[in-house]
Design a protein around this ligand. Sequence first.
Ligand SMILES: [Zn+2]
Ligand SMILES: [Zn+2]
Length: 247
Amino acid sequence: MAVVTFAGCGDAFGSGGRFQACIHLRPGPGRAPVLLDCGATSLTALRQAGLDPGEIAAVFVSHLHGDHFGGLPFLILDGQFSRRVAPLLIAGPPGTGERLTTAMECLFPGSSRARRRFEVTVTELPPGGPRTVAGVTAEAWAASHPSGAPALILRLAVGGTVIAYTGDTAWTPAIQAASRDADLLIAEAYYWDKAVPHHLRYADLTEHEITARRVILTHLSADMLARAARHETDRHETARDGLTITI
Ligand SMILES: [Zn+2]
Ligand SMILES: [Zn+2]
């Protein structure tokens, strides 16, 4: 069982007033939650959803764009100022450690070297696996989405529940492999059918066989949000900020 809360399910540009990617996964009662992506707005998104950032044991990062990892410096600083002691694990594509240090130094100079009561450990996930981080088993596939480092499509086993996540990516058969018979696929649906490089279209999801038992759309553009409001995407569920499901 896992409880999934979409603290943030928007794109990079605040379309529809939504927070950037921040999906909170709780493996079961009494178990520490993990995050799937941590966009720049995530600390606000978590508090808006009534979720405690200090509880988060690990963050799985799909790729190194600001709307997916830009919240990490704020999460780490919040831990520092709230006297967190529990370790924080960060698992992301190769290059995550260096990019995180660069982001921290850019936003809060000196913060990457500050003394903290808790340890921050970065585990880099090349495509492949499985690897276990904070009790979550992660497999990764290469996404098609340039971000200065490899981008990942992730498949996580969380408390016996299998959750696949496209991150941002152009269509690739790796989406089918990563989500094969999964309990849930969280899928980017940025555009309807317009050919846009590096991103997933709703048409890609409807034109290909997906065997995941449940699909929830995320990272919608303003146009896609309007279509969802007109029920044009009703073949699938659509996330909204604060949506919580148990699977
Ligand atoms: Zn994005
Ligand atoms: Zn991106």
